[in-house]
Design a protein around this ligand. Structure first.
Ligand code: UDX
Ligand code: ADP
Length: 458
């Protein structure tokens, strides 16, 4: 088949995989290839058992794969044949040296830039898809402009705003697509090529074109604002617990103000996921670099409140369970950082599990999709942790249930039979406020929600 464009994506992860599947699905005339250094991951993308769980993704991959969507480990051939290369490799927070714990670790990204430089024989558009610090495009340009063979690379920024668990919906019907380019003739023409891709299914008024630095910064700011909203509501949830107010009612009253809006106001055990903490710390690092210490402190507090919220959850468990968790069996309902994903990166459940283990509790972890990742996250704590997909098995003979993830499955369990199977007094700590607390109380549980009055028989 004669394809009108050859698109390559380097990095077959949570961003690269779904995004490229959607482009291939919506643009049958483009050939889309996704490459990765991890052969096991590529094998999974080629199989019926995709490496990530994302509602609706299987159907899209199945309909495009083998026609115009391909997964491969042959990165060099991919680079050589591509007109447009999306770079979607991981950029975790640096764990060493200058900026450790704050700045982005750009080693994977830089390796990719050098590989593109070494292998390319024709000019290409390079698209920053990974979330990166502002001005990374410039660094990428510098590396890529060191070629002497007449090959030219135009770097554009096209940050991804999809949220896990709703990636397919977000990609199919995005609030906006952001494309940042240099305002030079080459930059504008690269920008137009990207606009042309998205225009296959995204209405023109939702495709926003801006300068490259604004685009890079917007991604960090969007995530910082979202995380800030959660830390704001979580901060107020702690006050509600002291004053017998109900955070759900407060959030409803506040969110009905159209200037504030009602979304992202669910108090919880804390936010997780690969982006929020990393992007805020990145923002903090950049602010400090430019001497804006007050601004850096302001944003850093969003992550501090998140840490406080997680720690508060553990301290509360400890306090109400008679100040000792030693030898007590605790069932964790959910381990993923949110529902509808198997991803556990930065999941509050990891922190809480480790703290409960420090208190010498015994844990049974249950999750419909994240058991493999949970096992890996807690591999140093065996055998005091066990794993089961079945929440009834997890709850049997335990002293408490700690609900970590708002999976629908947990709303509809037979809590009467669960209560019968538990050690009394039975406790339930609802870290997501998704259960029917009154009903649980009537069954006999001592119920501890987030930011609401407790319902206890003690
Ligand atoms: C986020 C951004 O939403 C997305 O635009 C960006 O591209 C990547 O980062 P993601 O991390 O996948 O997406 O999930 P999101 O839905 O934003 O949730 C992040 C965390 O916040 C989860 O742990 C979630 O449970 C928590 N959360 C969310 C709350 O605690 N309360 C809320 O009201 C909303
Ligand atoms: P994200 O959530 O940002 O998509 P992931 O960790 O899920 O992050 O995916 C990033 C992917 O990038 C991983 O599958 C990793 O193996 C891949 N990767 C990292 N470095 C390279 C590289 N130099 N070449 C190709 N793939 C890479």
């Amino acid at each position: 088949m004669n394809y009108s464009k050859h698109i390559l994506c380097i990095g077959a992860g949570y961003v690269g995989g779904p995004t490229m599947a959607m482009i291939a699905y919506k643009c049958p005339r483009y050939r889309v290839t996704v490459v990765d250094i991890n052969p096991a991951r590529i094998l999974q993308w080629q199989s019926d058992d995709l490496p990530i769980y994302e509602p609706g993704l299987d159907d899209i991959v199945r309909s495009a794969r083998g026609k115009n969507l391909f997964f491969s480990t042959d990165i060099e051939t991919g680079i050589r044949e591509a007109d447009i290369i999306f770079v979607s490799v991981n950029t975790p927070t640096k764990s060493f040296g200058v900026g450790a714990g704050m700045a982005a670790d750009l080693q994977y990204w830089e390796k990719t830039a050098r590989q593109i430089l070494n292998v390319s024989t024709t000019s290409k558009i390079i698209v920053e898809k990974s979330t990166l610090p502002v001005k990374t495009a410039k660094a990428m340009e510098r590396i890529l402009s060191s070629t002497t063979n007449g090959v030219h690379f135009e770097v554009v920024s096209n940050p991804e705003f999809l949220a896990e668990g709703s990636a397919v919906r977000d990609l199919e019907n995005p609030d906006r697509v952001l494309i940042g380019s240099r305002q030079t003739p080459g930059g504008l023409s690269a920008r137009d090529e990207l606009v042309e891709i998205y225009a296959n299914w995204v209405p023109p008024d939702k495709i926003l074109t801006v300068d490259i630095w604004s685009s890079e910064l917007s991604k960090l700011v969007a995530n910082a604002f979202l995380a800030q909203r959660i830390s704001s509501i979580n901060a107020i949830s702690s006050l509600c617990e002291k004053t017998d107010a109900d955070i759900t009612q407060v959030a409803r009253a506040v969110g009905m103000d159209t200037r504030i809006g009602n979304r992202f106001l669910n108090a919880s055990v804390g936010f997780g996921g690969s982006c929020f903490k990393k992007d805020i710390l990145n923002l903090v690092y950049i602010c400090r670099y430019y001497g804006l210490n007050e601004v850096a402190d302001y944003w850093e507090h969003v992550t501090r409140i998140n840490d406080f919220q997680k720690e508060r959850f553990v301290t509360n468990m400890l306090n109400v369970m008679f100040n000792t968790l030693a030898g007590k069996r605790i069932a964790m309902f959910g381990f993923a950082f949110k529902a509808d994903t198997g991803d556990t990166r930065e999941s509050p459940a990891i922190y809480i599990a480790k703290r409960l283990l420090e208190e010498q509790a015994e844990l049974v972890i249950s999750d419909p999709r994240a058991i493999d990742n949970a096992r890996d996250d807690l591999k140093d704590y065996l055998p005091r942790v066990s794993f089961t997909p079945d929440p009834y098995v997890a709850a049997a003979k335990s002293h408490a249930i700690a609900l970590m993830t708002e999976w629908d499955d947990y709303r509809y369990l037979d809590y009467e039979s669960i209560h019968r199977s538990m050690i009394k007094p039975a406790f339930i700590f609802d870290g997501r406020n998704v259960l029917d607390h009154r009903r649980l109380f009537e069954i006999g549980f001592n119920v501890y929600p987030v930011g609401k009055p407790v319902l206890t028989h003690l």
